[in-house]
Every structure is written in C-alpha cells, then in structure tokens.
Write a protein that binds this ligand. Sequence first.
Ligand SMILES: [Cu+2]
Length: 288
Amino acid sequence: MKLLTRSLLLLFALAAFSSCKKEEAEEPAPPAPAGTDLQLLQSATDGSYTLELYSKTGQLRVGHNTIFVRLKHGGSAVSNASLSWMPMMTMTMGGSTHQHSCPYSAITSTSSDPSLFQGDVVFNMASGPMGQWEMTVTHDTGSGPHEVVMSVNVLASDSDFKKRYTSSIGTDGVTYLLAMVEPSNPDQGANDMIVGLYKRVNDTEFPVVDGYIIRVDSRMPGMGNHTAPGNVDLTQGADGFYHGQVGFSMTGYWKINLIVEDGSGTALCGEAITETNLESSVHFKVSF
Ligand SMILES: [Cu+2]
C-alpha cells in the first residue's frame, strides 16, 4: 500500500512537472520591435551599417523559416539596398571540416515596408557540437557589395509527435528535401497545406523542384491508422511552393504520409499506406 501511495505521488509529481513545462513553452514571446511582430535573431555591425535578422518566433528551426532582414545606416533603416544571402554549415568530423548549404530563396522587400526585407531558408540540419550555421549577407547600396557573416543557431524540428522537415533519396538517385510551411496551426477538418520541395544538386545547390505532384494521406497511428476526409494532393503554385489540403477528423497525433511523383506520374519516394504498410518513409507529423 505504501509503495502504491509512493508511485501515485511520483505520478502526480511527474504530471505537475510536465504541465509546468508545457506552460513554459506556450509563454508569449518578448515584445516585438516597433511596428512589427518580429523578434531579433542576430545583429552585426559593418562600419556605419548595422544588419539585423528577425523571425516571428525569435528562433530558427530545421525546416522552413521565413527570415526578415533590416539594414540600418546611422541608425535609420535603408530601403534602397540590394541584399543577398547564403546559409552555410561548417561541420567538423574527426579533424576534417566539411561545408554545405541548404535550400534558400532570394531576399525581397516586403510589400508593407520597403526597408524590411524577407526570404525563406530551409535548414536541413540543427546546430550542434557537430556543426554550426552562418548566414553570409551581402548588402549593396550603390557603393559596391559588402559581406557580413553572422552565426545563427538552428534548433531541431523533430519530436516524437512533430516533424516539419524530411529528406529522401528517390528511385532516380536524387536526394529530395521536403519542408512543411502550412498547416502551422493544424485544426480539425480540412487544412490548407503548403510544402517546399527541393533537390540536392551538390553541397551548395538545392533548387526548387518544378512540376511534380505530392500525394497526401493523413493517418492516426494511435487509432487503427484511420484516415480522414479532406486530403487534396499538392501541386505547384506560381510561388514555387506545393499547395493542397490535409484532413484531420479529430484532435491528436497525425502522420501526414506523402508520395513524391514526377510530372509523368512515376513515384520517386514514399509508399502507399496499406493494411501491412502503416507509414510512408516520407512523412510529416503534427500533434494538436
Ligand atoms: Cu551539416
């Protein structure tokens, strides 16, 4: 009996601890810079210029990230600049170093504010003891290009029940990288789904893949692997991203199983779900 009481107490303590942790994670972020809801990631000075990197959460994660850039001169934001960037990871393994980039877009000024620039970066690895990420940002306001190197920290995106990035080697020998942009806040019913699809050409080239189809099959592993209505396969939009829908018939943990097909309908990676095959090797995970 005493043992039972003890284990119950331990259970309560654990429950209290985990709910505590959850509240911490959901705490609202610190206040944003004036006029935006953005949070500073990193800043660097270059002579009389200051470069600032922002994101909506103040964090970068493996997978798709929208990063905002502001260039300041003498304290005021510059709008007539041309900006470019290059993310690069330097990995150290057994005394030798290896560098690689990841998929990233160009930087363009936002429609609401010509001095606020933005672009996308799909980090394919987390920062850690094995490797560190640096963003090299080049700015030019007419007097020639200036390079600024900024180190950034990239957190893992995966947990047992969440996964927003995956990569797979296709039957054509090409490595495909998939990053889920939406749903960022999944809900019951049909959700708009947006995915970036890229391929690895070499360590520094990861272009968008054009004209493919990504088949979507949402499943609930904890409830007999049932699916849900509302799935619409993803096709490429004018923005380069793949758009469709994913259905969730209830709250909980869902696996979004995917098959990547080329323009002629040949499956390159991922497998169909059957009675005996419960997941595709290409999948995302959500929990809500
Ligand atoms: Cu790496």
